[in-house]
Write a protein of this length. Structure first.
Length: 272
């Protein structure tokens, strides 16, 4: 990254037509942290807050072309990888990573949408573990995702994080949204660190995982260590859940990294 240049971070992920998760959430998180966001779309979904109605994968050739285009012109300072869907998509992403140089890679192993729809088939899970995890500077599964990737029923987050390192990732954050303590656990093969957070039962959480992993990638691009990036990303994601938009759609509302409702209220007060 040249001096004075705003870091450019690439999201390789699916599109959420409802705007709550996927590349839409990623771009908002990038802007919130202060980096330039770019995208290589892996799939187009027809979804809203209630469910996923259809998924259409992007061709492997087009996935590689998107990554190559931005790498050759703009440059890539960090990568966030989200929804992949199929083993063919995983293979394409592995091929595309040859263009990102030494940029740190954050993998969010998206398996199930907030509505419950499956977003990663069995073949893709195997390919992700065998071929993609070794590229990960940080992998950010929640507890159920880490259990599937590690092939274990373990609930201890530190042990699950250790399993991610054994599978080839440089470091792991097993997020705590599915635990009573709401603590993220970071492990880099040397030391375990707990990252506490608040639970906001009245918040809106659709897109929280995408937001967390994207913010983490952005902070890596800004020069923070993986642990520092994980700590800062947790704060961004927690605040986004707290400020989530509860009046959007009939299902789980989207997280909000910009606190839009607070801004609207402040602007309304100013008009009065």
């Amino acid at each position: 990254m040249s001096a004075g240049r705003v870091p450019a971070v690439l999201s390789i992920a699916g599109s959420d037509s409802g705007g709550g998760a996927g590349i839409q959430a990623d771009l908002k998180a990038f802007a919130r942290v202060g980096v330039h966001g770019m995208t290589a779309i892996t799939a187009i979904t027809a979804q809203n807050t209630v469910g996923v109605e259809a998924v259409e994968p992007i061709s492997p050739r087009m996935i590689v072309a998107q990554v190559r285009a931005v790498a050759e012109d703009i440059g890539i300072d960090a990568v966030k990888i989200g929804m992949l869907g199929t083993s063919e998509t995983v293979e394409a992403v592995v091929e595309a990573l040859a263009y990102v140089g030494g940029a740190p890679v954050v993998i969010d192993p998206v398996m199930v949408a907030e509505s419950g729809a499956e977003l990663l088939d069995e073949g893709a899970r195997t390919a992700l573990v065998d071929k993609l995890l070794p590229w990960a500077t940080v992998v950010t599964p929640n507890i159920p995702e880490a259990q599937v990737l590690g092939g274990m029923a373990e609930t201890n987050q530190a042990r699950l994080a250790w399993a991610m390192i054994e599978l080839g990732a440089q470091s792991a954050v097993v997020t705590g949204g599915h635990s009573e303590e709401v603590v993220d656990v970071f492990y880099d093969g040397r030391a375990v660190a707990e990252i506490p957070g608040e639970r906001y039962p009245d918040g809106a959480a659709h897109g929280s995982g995408c937001t967390h992993s994207s913010a983490l990638a952005a902070y890596l691009a800004l020069g923070h260590s993986p642990l520092e990036a994980a700590e800062r990303a947790r704060a961004v994601a927690s605040e986004a859940v707290r400020d989530g938009l509860r009046g959007i759609g009939a299902g789980p509302g989207p997280v909000d990294v910009f606190a839009l409702e607070h801004r609207r209220a402040k602007d309304a007060d100013a008009v009065r």
